[in-house]
Each structure stands twice: as structure tokens, then as C-alpha cells.
Design a protein around this ligand. Structure first.
Ligand code: NAP
Length: 487
């Protein structure tokens, strides 16, 4: 069987738990199915960990921690560098595997593999740049030595929407810093992470440094590990609701936390914007990952003088997008992850139209098999509509007109989230003024994509705590130790 056919790529992946460098079945022998969201067909079964499997994974991470912390930074970096190369060499097969379990079009899956791999290349370079300090105490008598050490065993939890990149964005800095870890991917998309475990082993990662636990009982398996006390860190990417719950659990043993949570990105277009760039940016910010991204533009606020032109041009572009299975050529709108996602999008669109919004294109779900919702544009969306306050997580672009800069900023900031905001204007003063006023950890200024492994990704308000990527990404996995020296 060819490793690049659909059944071939699924076949090639380990389906068991990856603990202590070995593939092992769940202790009670249970498995759960992984389903193709475009067809509803089962792809395969993977091991269904119970709480005792979780503890075995943490045991392995704890056992490997002391030796791994001593491994030379250059060696840790070289493992990551080799894994980067392996990921890129297998980009095609890994992209097909991702499309099968998650649904996104193949071109986007390939893009995600490159993005995911880039975290390994970036952190390979960061592993050898962990800094420290030497200073004279203010009284001149003593000296301060400042050094950084790995936090210790880490627990990593990732969502289904970027099955590979959300993993490498955590595993890369963890390895670079010298931390061992237990990672739990989302039950809907475990295959990419299992493939990554194989790649890291091939790249020479010592046994027990990364342990992968797949389970249909995420709370039941992870809560005991969080409360165990031996893991010293939780890095979570997912919804704000689950993040809040995990923060409470972490309080028990005062774990260090990194939280990459939900978003509700506003997309502001001023009358002085380059309209071609604004439309291109809107398509990227809305349609990347079929709208199932924490960075997805959730609300479009467009100045009154250009709102009709913006709506007309966006509608033309959205209407032309081919919908279908992500494996088919030229498809842009793949399936949503499950039927619940389609129901939620349907509900939000109905709520908006009940409150007076107009449908310019799309607007109703497509019959199965698969979980499809077409690219949709809504105009005249009132600020009270639910979709201006909740993550849509689907291909729906709600447009609202505004008159003044102050009004645009107030509407944009009218949310508990603060992950990313997009802003299109050709006036430099306005660009900087509005960027400073927007309550978000990231701003897309005249561009519709902000994600970059070399930049600090993360949110403020209820979108999270900490940053991933950039030169600060590794700090999330390091503790500062200060040694007071008597001289
Ligand atoms: P989710 O339901 O919060 O799940 C995220 C992860 O947490 C999954 O692995 C899930 O496992 C696990 N989980 C759920 N309940 C848990 C519990 N009680 N204890 C431990 N783990 C638990 O989010 P999602 O639906 O997968 O992902 C979409 C959300 O992620 C959106 O809100 C999106 O904005 C956010 N997101 C944020 C970023 C960012 O960087 N800020 C990036 C991507 C996505 P199971 O699914 O197997 O239960």
C-alpha cells in the first residue's frame, strides 16, 4: 500500500499510546473511532486511555526529566532541527492525514505542516540562546547570578482545529527548554500528533521526553495529572470555557500555566483603506481553516462610505468559493468538524437574521453526508446579535457599518475576548492610534494573517495568558533562578 494513498497514510500511523518511547495499548484495551468529517466514515480506531494510562505517561515524563534537563542545548536543538526536516520531507502525506481527520482543504493542510515545522526550526535556534545574568548588588558587596532552568514535566493539551501546529508550538519550546511532557491531542484529531510522536522518535528524542495520550475522556484523564503535583506546568490551547476550568484545577498545586483561548476578532475597514488589500485580507482572516480558527475575523466593521462596496466585493469572492471534501482539487470550503458545529453556525445566523441582518450569500447548511456550511455574508448585522459576541467558528462574515473612529474602536472592544484585531487604513497616524486603542494581544495592520512562529502569539482579557512563539515562547517553559553570591 502506498504511503501517500488515503488508507496508506492512516495505516502508517501508530494507533496506540506513545509512553516512554514505546507504543502501548490502553491498559483496559479500549479504543475509540476517528471519523472523516467530510464523509462521516470511520478512518480507524486509536487507543482510548484511562486515568491509569495518563499516570503511566506522567511517570515516564517525570523519570526522563532530570537527564533531559542535562542534555546539551545544542543537542536538543539538533533533535528539533531533524524533526523539522522530517516534517517537511513528509509534508504531502502528513497533509493528507490531517485533511482526512480534520477536513480542511489539502492546500491548507500543507500550509499547516510547514507552519508547524517552522516552530521546530525556530525553537532549534532558541535552544542555544537561553540567557542569564551577572550583576553587582546595589550595596556593592554581593553579586547576583541569574540562570534559567526547565520548569519541569509539562502537561500539554491541544485542540482539533490545527492538529499539528498547536502541538509543535508547545512541544518545540518545551524540548528547547529541556522539559519533558505529556501531550493530549483532541479526540477528534489524534492522528497528526501520533504521526509527530513517530517523527520525534526518529529524530532522536530520548525515551519518555514526549508522551502522547489519546482519550475519549479528556477531563477524567487530565484532571488527576494536573492535581498530581509532579507536573509543574500546563500549556493549554482551546476554548475559554475549558481554560477557566483548567485554571481552577491548576490552582490546587500552583502550576505554571499558558492559556491560548478563544477569540472574537473584529476586522475594521476605514474609508481611506486600500480596498483591494482589505478584501484580500478579509478573505484570509475569515476563510483560513474554513473559519474554524481562533484568529478568524468574527465581525466586520466597515465605514459607511465604503460599506456597500466592501459587502458587494466580499460577497462576489465568497460566493465563488468551491465547497467539498478537502481532498478534492481546488476546494476551499471543506466540512466543519462535526454536526454540532453546523448547528451552532445555523443558530447564530438565524439569530442575526431574526434581528434584521440580511443574507447576501449562503446562509443555510447543506445536507450531508459530511458537515457542510457554505461561505456566507450577512449585512446590517446589529451589535446585539449573538455572533458579534460569540465565536462563530465557521465561514460566516457578518458586516456592520460605522461612522466614526471612536465608534469603531468601541464596537471592536465590546467583547470579553482580546486575541487579535484587524485594521485596514492608509493613514499612518490612524493606524498607530487605533492599533494602540484596540484591546488585543495581536493586530493585523493591513494584513489578514498574524500567525508567525518568530512572533509572540497570544491574547489579553479572556483570550489567554502567556505567549507562544517568538523570543518569549521559550520563557513559558523556563524558571528563573537567582543565586545570591557573597564575594
Ligand atoms: P476545547 O473544547 O476547549 O478543547 C480543547 C482541548 O481540551 C481538546 O484537546 C479537548 O479534548 C480538551 N478538553 C476538553 N475538556 C477538557 C477537560 N475538562 N479537561 C482537560 N481537557 C479538556 O476546544 P476545541 O473545540 O477543541 O477548540 C476550539 C477552541 O480553541 C476555540 O475556542 C478556539 O478559539 C480555541 N483556540 C485557540 C487558539 C489560540 O491560540 N488562542 C488556537 C486554536 C484554537 P477533547 O476534545 O478530546 O475532549
Amino acid at each position: 500500500m502506498s504511503a501517500s494513498t488515503e488508507s496508506g497514510v492512516v495505516e502508517a500511523v501508530g494507533k496506540e499510546l506513545f509512553i516512554g518511547g514505546k507504543w502501548v495499548a490502553a491498559q483496559d484495551g479500549k479504543t475509540f473511532p476517528v471519523v472523516d468529517p467530510a464523509t462521516g466514515n470511520e478512518l480507524c480506531h486509536v487507543a482510548d486511555a484511562s486515568p491509569s494510562d495518563g499516570v503511566a505517561a506522567l511517570d515516564a515524563a517525570v523519570a526522563a526529566q532530570a537527564d533531559f534537563a542535562k542534555m546539551a542545548p545544542r543537542e536538543r536543538g539538533e533533535i528539533l532541527r531533524r524533526a523539522f526536516e522530517l516534517l517537511m520531507r513528509r509534508q504531502e502525506e502528513l497533509a493528507l492525514l490531517m485533511t482526512l481527520e480534520m477536513g480542511k482543504p489539502i492546500a491548507e493542510s500543507k500550509g499547516e505542516i510547514a507552519y508547524a515545522a517552522e516552530f521546530f526550526r525556530w525553537f532549534a535556534e532558541e535552544a542555544v540562546r537561553i540567557d542569564g545574568g551577572y550583576a553587582t548588588a546595589p550595596n556593592g558587596a554581593g553579586r547576583f547570578l541569574i540562570t534559567k532552568q526547565p520548569v519541569g514535566p509539562a502537561l500539554l493539551i491541544t485542540p482539533w482545529n490545527f492538529p499539528m501546529a498547536m502541538g509543535t508550538r508547545k512541544i518545540g519550546p518545551a524540548i528547547a527548554a529541556g522539559c519533558t511532557s505529556v501531550i493530549k491531542p483532541a479526540a477528534q484529531t489524534p492522528l497528526s500528533m501520533l504521526a509527530l510522536a513517530g517523527i520525534l522518535a526518529e529524530a532522536g528524542l530520548p525515551e519518555g521526553v514526549l508522551n502522547v495520550v489519546t482519550t475519549s475522556d479528556s477531563g477524567g484523564v487530565m484532571e488527576p495529572l494536573i492535581r498530581d503535583g509532579r507536573a509543574r506546568k500546563l500549556s493549554f490551547t482551546g476554548s475559554t470555557g475549558v481554560g477557566r476550568k483548567l485554571l481552577e484545577q491548576c490552582a490546587d498545586k500552583v502550576l505554571r500555566t499558558s492559556m491560548e483561548l478563544g477569540g472574537n476578532a473584529p476586522f475594521l475597514v476605514f474609508e481611506d483603506a486600500d480596498m483591494d488589500a482589505a478584501i484580500d485580507g478579509a478573505m484570509q482572516a475569515k476563510m483560513r481553516n474554513i473559519g474554524e480558527a481562533c484568529t478568524a475575523a468574527n465581525r466586520f466593521y466597515v465605514q459607511r462610505g465604503v460599506v456597500d462596496e466592501f459587502a458587494r466585493r466580499l460577497t462576489e469572492r465568497m460566493r465563488a468559493l468551491p465547497m467539498g471534501r478537502g481532498t478534492e482539487k481546488d476546494v476551499v470550503v471543506g466540512p466543519l468538524i462535526d454536526e454540532k458545529a453546523v448547528e451552532k453556525v445555523t443558530e447564530l445566523v438565524k439569530d442575526a437574521t431574526d434581528r434584521g441582518a440580511r443574507i447576501l450569500t449562503g446562509g443555510s447548511a447543506v445536507d450531508g453526508p459530511g458537515h457542510f456550511y457554505p461561505a456566507t455574508v450577512l449585512a446590517d448585522v446589529p451589535q446585539e446579535a449573538r455572533l458579534t459576541h460569540e465565536e462563530i467558528f465557521g465561514p460566516v462574515a457578518p458586516i456592520t457599518a460605522f461612522d466614526t473612529e471612536e465608534e469603531a474602536i468601541a464596537k471592536a472592544n465590546d467583547t470579553e475576548f482580546g486575541l487579535v484585531s484587524y485594521l485596514f487604513t492608509s493613514d499612518l497616524n490612524r493606524a498607530l492610534r487605533v492599533s494602540e486603542a484596540l484591546e488585543a494581544g495581536m493586530i493585523g495592520l493591513n494584513q489578514g494573517i498574524v500567525s508567525n512562529p518568530a512572533a509572540p502569539f497570544g491574547g489579553i482579557k479572556q483570550s489567554g495568558l502567556g505567549r507562544e512563539g517568538g523570543s518569549v515562547g521559550i520563557e513559558e517553559f523556563l524558571e528563573i533562578k537567582y543565586i545570591a553570591v557573597a564575594l
